[in-house]
Design a binder for this molecule. Structure first.
Ligand SMILES: [Zn+2]
Length: 463
């Protein structure tokens, strides 16, 4: 904390005019940005900490709009299976076995990986034992939103394993979610928020949709939900309600700008319009659709959503459903997969991908008055990205943003400031001991994997 000056960098502001400042500077006092401008104009700013950003890009920290902190220890457990098997056979049994300690280590490891690759904010759709995720956020210094992944119904074709902490009735679910919001929303000087969450349509009754909707509106927070993840899920909803997912939510009278809808691979043109009319937020997770074959790229309506002006943000999902948490890679995917699917080379631009990963993520979470761009008065969430590297050179002004999106990578991020605190400097995370976390996370996972009801084998022989 205190006063920080970042000078001599190329500052990508992401302000409403999308200004990029040559020889730019960012002045920070405590948790806020005091000024953004030419380094010359800010040279008299007295600071305890000065970063010389020559040959570097200075930009807003990335907003990972969808990442499950609790699934970090499930890396390798969700590959080459369809969505149903992924959830019900692989990941729910894993989540059932998570202890408080394992959840906490999972969250620490997840945040280390996000900070290392330039994310400064994470919107987590939840899991269970989420107090441990909140604790980890408090320690790593990352900004985040946490939720409980609510579910109150299950069926024979979607069986929930015994002991999964989310397996509760409607009333109990409403109660635990209400408590989490009460306990965590606004903690750490506002750096940590909490909101409501629903897991996925087949596990959500109409009573839960309505109940959560009422609580979210009362508390002025949003509701995160995995929605229309693939065609099968939509078919399931259609068979039981006669409606597609967004139509069904409309018929319940719950749609609004507090809905934060994740994946959305299988929606109709009419639903695109409903999302626009109700100002719902849509989260694109290109890495998960590429890994799990959801259909977001081949059949999704993301170009249409963006064209219509719907708020679209970008997420990485989890180390078991992507499996990379590198938002640079997510930007690359968002800017490329739709072009390929429709054979249109200028469909989603790198500039639009960068918008989704910064101001889009902030707007989706109703946090754009404080984060998502470098502007006077906003929270100081800033990353410094090294550009004198072989994946950036040669660099031109016309190719700056395309280079960042098409060949930049999380490993280029050198420094990360979150809420005015230097959380990573020269690629070293300062808030937690990474080595210890890696060691403890590996050990905790080996113990947990032994207890899983399934066993995975390597495809090639180990000697
Ligand atoms: Zn998810």
């Amino acid at each position: 904390m205190g006063r920080i000056l970042i000078k001599n960098g190329t500052v990508i502001t992401m302000d409403p005019r999308r200004r990029i400042i040559r020889d730019g500077a960012v002045a920070i006092e405590n948790d806020r940005i005091l000024d953004v401008g030419k380094a010359d104009a800010l040279k008299d700013f007295q600071a305890e900490t000065v970063f010389d950003a020559k040959d570097r890009v200075v930009m807003p920290g990335l907003v990972d709009a969808h990442c499950h902190n609790v699934q970090m220890l499930a890396r390798g457990l969700g590959d080459e299976v369809d969505l149903i098997a992924w959830c019900y056979d692989r990941i729910y049994p894993y989540e059932t076995l998570l202890s408080d300690e394992a959840t906490y280590l999972s969250a620490l490891l997840c945040q280390v990986e996000m900070i290392r690759t330039g994310s400064t904010t994470v919107t987590d759709p939840g899991g269970y034992k989420m107090d441990n995720v909140g604790r980890a956020l408090a320690e790593t210094g990352m900004r985040g939103i946490i939720a409980w992944s609510g579910m109150d119904q299950w069926s024979d074709d979607r069986p929930l394993c015994e002991g999964l902490p989310g397996k509760l009735n409607t009333e109990e679910t409403l109660k635990v979610e209400e408590q989490l919001v009460k306990d965590w929303n606004g903690r750490e000087g506002g750096r940590i928020r909490a909101c409501y969450g629903l897991r996925v349509e087949p596990n959500v009754s109409d009573a839960l949709y309505r109940g959560i909707n009422n609580l979210a509106k009362r508390d002025g927070v949003m509701i995160e939900m995995h929605a229309a993840v693939n065609k099968d899920q939509v078919e399931w909803v259609k068979k039981r309600t006669g409606h597609t997912v967004i139509e069904h939510m409309k018929s319940l009278g719950v749609l609004g700008d507090h809905w934060y809808l994740i994946h959305m691979a299988a929606i109709t043109d009419e639903e695109v319009k409903m999302l626009k009319d109700n100002d719902c937020r849509v989260i694109h997770v290109p890495g998960a659709t590429l890994h799990g074959a959801y259909g977001s790229a081949s059949a999704g309506k993301f170009p249409e959503l963006i064209d219509m002006g719907v708020t679209v943000a970008l997420g990485c999902d989890s180390s078991a459903a992507n499996n990379s948490l590198d938002m640079f890679r997510a930007m690359y995917e968002a800017a490329t997969v739709h072009k390929e699917a429709r054979i249109i080379p200028d469909l989603i631009s790198p500039e639009q991908a960068l918008e989704m990963a910064t101001i889009g993520g902030a707007r989706a979470a109703h946090w754009e008055n404080e984060i998502g761009s470098l502007e006077k008065g906003k929270k100081a969430d800033v990353i410094i990205v090294e550009t004198k590297r072989s994946n950036w050179v040669p660099l031109h002004e016309f190719s700056l943003v395309p280079t960042l999106v098409y060949s930049g990578e999380g490993a280029d991020v050198e420094t990360s400031i979150i809420d005015g605190r230097v959380v990573m400097e020269k690629r070293k995370i300062k808030t937690v001991n990474v080595k210890t976390i890696l060691r403890r996370a590996q050990r905790a996972t080996e113990k947990l994997v032994k207890k899983l009801p399934y066993k995975l084998e390597p495809k090639w022989p180990f000697e």
